[in-house]
Design a protein around this ligand. Structure first.
Ligand SMILES: NC(=O)c1ccc[n+]([C@@H]2O[C@H](COP(=O)([O-])OP(=O)(O)OC[C@H]3O[C@@H](n4cnc5c(N)ncnc54)[C@H](OP(=O)(O)O)[C@@H]3O)[C@@H](O)[C@H]2O)c1
Length: 300
């Protein structure tokens, strides 16, 4: 594959964060740019807290087409965007900004899209899941918020179990309120479970999603090994942790013969809408993309 072509007309985008050096987005977008032969570049943009608005105005003035936004700027991005798509409004955070020719900024949240696309890529049908039972989300942080919103949009009931139970209750209440404020239809059922009770409740669930950092290499408990013995045979188990690619949770699921979906797909698919908006081409997450990112991860 040839190196990306960068001329004076190059289409420009980047990822704003602090820190931002760990982000895989520059590797991914520049790989896709080269594959599509697009005259463009995607760069890391380290922006300290408090300087977000100044940085975005500078990017707009410099001809950038937009940016991804990561920690700690997602709420600032939500506040700055002139127009925010419905799912991001419900989730309360924005990770993708598109700068329009008229100077306005469009904000969206693509994590939920990426999560659903990763299930679809593994032939998991949400329609059949929602008939079988609710989704159980472990965790109540930013990722849980985005994934829950996208599952709700597909009509699924969602149950949260979080180590800090009050955080789960607050999240369920907030999502119910923002749903009512932005959607015409009643919110799907949202509830919480005690952290100690989630394993024994698996028999009535159709989907289990780990959105905590448990099982992550270098995280609080890399060897975390949950008990899936109560799961129904049809339970789909997904883990959004992607380092390691096969977590202990996924191994336990496979050992029980359950469908298991890892977190790398979500990471890659969530980048597709931004790529299309900034660089004007639809891209795909194929085996070559996965192999490229895995090779980069291996050398980190
Ligand atoms: N695949 C992807 O594209 C993708 C995208 C986003 C995030 N992620 C991954 O998802 C994970 C969460 O991200 P986030 O942004 O939602 O983080 P976050 O907002 O900081 O939330 C972290 C969650 O993990 C829980 N947690 C942390 N340590 C724990 C422990 N020892 N025992 C039980 N629960 C624990 C927290 O519970 P408390 O509330 O009790 O602290 C909280 O619910 C990270 O591993 C991140 O890398 C993956």
């Amino acid at each position: 594959m040839s190196a990306p072509r960068i001329t004076g007309h190059a289409k420009l985008a980047g990822v704003i964060g602090h820190p931002v050096e760990h982000s895989l987005s520059p590797v991914l977008h520049n790989y896709w740019l080269a594959r599509h032969g697009i005259d463009g570049a995607y760069v890391p943009l380290p922006v300290v807290p408090g300087s977000f608005t100044t940085a975005v105005r500078g990017l707009q003035a410099s001809g950038f087409r937009g940016a991804n936004v990561t920690i700690p700027h997602k709420e600032a991005a939500f506040a700055l965007a002139d127009e925010v798509e419905t799912q991001a409004r419900i989730a309360g955070s924005v990770n993708t900004l598109v700068f329009r020719d008229d100077g306005t900024i469009h904000g969206s949240s693509t994590d939920g899209f990426g999560y659903l696309a990763s299930l679809e890529a593994e032939s998991v049908s949400l329609e059949s899941l929602s008939v079988r039972g609710p989704a159980l989300l472990l965790g109540a942080g930013g990722a849980a918020r985005s994934i829950a919103t996208s599952l709700m949009e597909k009509g699924m009931s969602v149950i949260f179990a979080n180590r800090t139970n009050e955080r789960a209750t607050t999240l369920a209440n907030e999502l119910a309120q923002t749903w009512c404020a932005h959607m015409q239809s009643p919110a799907p059922a949202l509830s919480t479970l005690d952290w100690d009770a989630w394993e024994s409740s698996l028999g009535s669930m159709s989907l289990l999603v780990n959105t905590t950092s448990l099982g992550m290499q270098g995280g609080p408990a890399p060897e975390w090994t949950p008990d899936l013995s109560h799961a129904a045979e049809t339970l789909v188990v997904s883990d959004i942790v992607y380092v390691p690619r096969e977590t202990q949770l996924l191994r336990c699921a496979a050992a029980r013969g359950l469908k298991a979906v890892g977190g790398l797909g979500m990471l890659l698919h969530q980048a597709r809408p931004g790529f299309q908006a900034w660089f004007g081409a639809e891209t795909e997450v194929d085996d070559a993309t996965v192999a490229h990112i895995l090779a980069v991860l291996k050398n980190r």
